[in-house]
Design a protein around this ligand. Structure first.
Ligand SMILES: Cc1cc2nc3c(=O)[nH]c(=O)nc-3n(C[C@H](O)[C@H](O)[C@H](O)COP(=O)(O)O)c2cc1C
Length: 222
């Protein structure tokens, strides 16, 4: 939430805590079932919250109750033809947001973020992002997807974009994330947790718990 002078406002009940405009990016992981809860928890803490979701993400939650706050790809292309002056939604969202939290972040979108593909509204927001503003990423995927060399390769690539270059390639995922979170001041990656996944596999890859995501978002807001 911006003050009239453009800075972030503080919570009147908790003056030490910043309240902000938070953009949730939701991708097509089964963990997107938690998007409504994340929206509720951030809103309950006084933040203004909007969501930009990929089409696969909406397989996992009902968009209808969130619709006033939710951008889908179709909203980027609303009319028969673009007319000068029409809203460019991904740029409007970028301008509005103080922080971008991609929760959950699936393997497909992680790969797109790492190489700069921008074929939907969410990845266009990412591509147009103002890197002075913080980002929180909460990966969620099957264990073998998480352990695939692509995952570390993509995370290292993101880290380099955020100023944490030259992290050794042999680091395991936990060490890699610790290094990134230590060195990339505007980027916070939530370590996935180990449990029985929705697919039945047991291992690491489940999305971090929602309260931990909320805490990370608020920590990044300072
Ligand atoms: C039931 C189901 C669950 C899925 N869960 C995950 C997941 O947890 N993580 C993941 O990386 N991909 C998962 N996928 C695959 C993604 O949905 C798929 O890669 C999709 O293309 C992602 O598109 P998006 O990144 O544009 O949202 C799942 C697919 C299905 C059908």
């Amino acid at each position: 939430m911006l003050s009239p002078t453009g800075g972030m406002m503080t919570d009147e009940m908790h003056p030490e805590r910043a309240v902000a405009n938070i953009l949730i990016g939701a991708t097509g992981s089964v963990a997107a079932v938690r998007v409504p809860v994340l929206f509720e928890q951030l809103s309950a803490r006084g933040h203004s919250v909007k969501i930009v979701a990929t089409d696969p993400a909406t397989y996992f939650f009902d968009p209808a109750p969130l619709r006033p706050h939710l951008t889908l790809d179709a909203d980027e292309w609303p009319g028969d033809r673009y007319t000068r002056g029409d809203e460019v939604r991904h740029i409007e969202l970028r301008r509005w947001a103080d922080l971008f939290a991609i929760v959950p972040l699936d393997a497909n979108t992680l790969a797109k973020l790492a190489v700069g593909l921008s074929d939907n509204c969410l990845t266009c927001v990412w591509r147009a992002w103002d890197w002075a503003k913080p980002v929180v990423l909460a990966p969620a995927m099957n264990t073998l997807m998480w352990e695939h060399p692509f995952t570390r390769k993509h995370l290292r690539s993101l880290a380099a974009d955020f100023g944490a270059a030259h992290i050794p390639a042999h680091f395991d995922a936990d060490t890699l994330i610790a290094q990134i979170n230590d060195r990339a001041k505007k980027l916070r990656i939530m370590t996935p947790i180990r449990k029985t996944l929705a697919c039945g596999d047991i291992g690491t890859g489940a999305m971090a718990e929602v309260p931990d995501v909320v805490a990370a978002v608020e920590a990044m807001l300072g």
